[in-house]
Design a protein around this ligand. Structure first.
Ligand SMILES: NC(=O)c1ccc[n+]([C@@H]2O[C@H](COP(=O)([O-])OP(=O)(O)OC[C@H]3O[C@@H](n4cnc5c(N)ncnc54)[C@H](OP(=O)(O)O)[C@@H]3O)[C@@H](O)[C@H]2O)c1
Length: 326
């Protein structure tokens, strides 16, 4: 089968290539899935460079999330052959077949395409865990989402809007503002360069934001600490800027806000019942038509390089979805 293999770590993808591999063997507790679509996440890019918190042993098959059809199960499995599923296991999704632990899979929401299902999974569970589980999002609250054009950022905007929040989308790219406004429909899109606190204050009529959801870090995080309202929450999601910010602890004390660290996957592993409830809540919102993941482009897997480069060069508004075997 076709699979995208990381053979060596490199900053320019030179250690990653498409290869022919035997179909993976299903171990106990795993389900063999025929991958129909798999979406690219920032950690996939970081893992090709050895710059993610998880460093799989080389060589490994890239890809942390997929949508597909079950082709082989164990006798005790809750799934059956032919079930349509979404999920993943940190690696292995960019291939024609993947053996995934059963707990890493959930049903594809009814009526959803494989492409949309693959695009929804990790981004939406990250958004939901951060906004709802950790920051206790309420209808009518102001939410600032940075890195707004990314998979996780767009998912957070979509979920916050679906739950009746007022959303400010922050992008670092002037050229993306109109498209984010048109496609994601937040209340307002702002440019998160320099000092954007005054604009946030104006938009929220001095209230500032009840929740700031920040996948970017660095300078954006620094300025975002000035955008949280008293008793608000600043959710630390990631560091796409490449810099992990430092913060003096007197800032959250004086301003009376909380900083919350998000690890969506780990949260679901430690609290499996909450993980299942989060997946069910997202599936319900999708089935009711309240949320809809944005896909920037769908590519055959052999054009993986184009997708990875577009993410590295910050050209995307939405997800990249790969279709293996074509
Ligand atoms: N905490 C968790 O549980 C969890 C789970 C999943 C992912 N994550 C993290 O969330 C982050 C986003 O992942 P993703 O898959 O959504 O990535 P993505 O689709 O590439 O989006 C990231 C966004 O960050 C902004 N960005 C990219 N490079 C930047 C740079 N050099 N400087 C400033 N901003 C930059 C861009 O938005 P604009 O151009 O619009 O500014 C980009 O669209 C990653 O750090 C990932 O590791 C965390």
């Amino acid at each position: 089968m076709q699979a995208l293999r990381v053979l060596n770590l490199s900053d320019d993808l030179s250690g990653t290539q498409l290869a022919e591999l035997p179909k993976p063997e299903r171990a106990a507790g795993e389900v063999l899935v025929q991958v129909r679509a798999a979406s690219l996440n920032f950690p996939d890019l970081l893992m090709t460079r050895g710059k993610y918190q998880l460093e799989p042993e080389l060589p490994f098959t890239s890809g942390l999330e997929l949508a597909g059809e079950v082709v082989e199960v164990g006798a005790e499995s809750a799934f059956k052959v032919g079930d349509k599923v979404i999920g993943g296991n940190k690696t292995g999704a960019f291939a024609e077949f993947a053996a995934i632990p059963e707990r890493g899979l959930s049903p594809l929401p009814k009526g959803m395409s494989f492409e949309k299902g693959a695009a929804m999974g990790a981004a939406y569970s990250t958004g939901y865990t951060g906004l709802v589980e950790l920051a206790n999002l309420k209808e009518g609250q102001w939410v600032l989402v940075t890195g707004a054009s990314g998979g996780v950022g767009l998912a957070a905007i979509d979920l916050a809007k679906a739950m009746g929040a007022k959303v400010i989308a922050g992008t670092g790219c002037l050229s993306k503002i109109d498209q984010i406004q048109a496609q994601a429909n937040p209340d307002k899109v702002i440019l998160t360069q320099g000092q954007f606190r005054e604009e946030v204050s104006q938009i929220t009529e001095g209230h500032l934001c009840d929740i700031v959801f920040d996948p970017v870090g660095g300078d954006v995080f620094d300025e975002a600490t000035r955008c949280v309202t008293f008793s608000g929450k600043l959710v630390v999601v990631g560091f796409t800027s490449g810099r992990i910010a430092n913060i003096a602890t007197n800032i959250p004390l004086i301003k009376g806000f909380s900083i919350v660290g998000l690890r969506a996957g780990e949260y679901a592993r430690r609290f499996p019942e909450r993980g299942r409830a989060i997946n069910a809540a997202i599936a319900k919102l999708a089935e009711e038509g309240c949320i809809d993941p944005l896909i920037d482009r769908t590519l055959p897997l052999w054009r993986w390089h184009e997708g990875f480069n577009a993410m590295a060069n910050r050209e995307l508004i939405g997800k990249v979805v790969f279709v293996p075997g074509c």
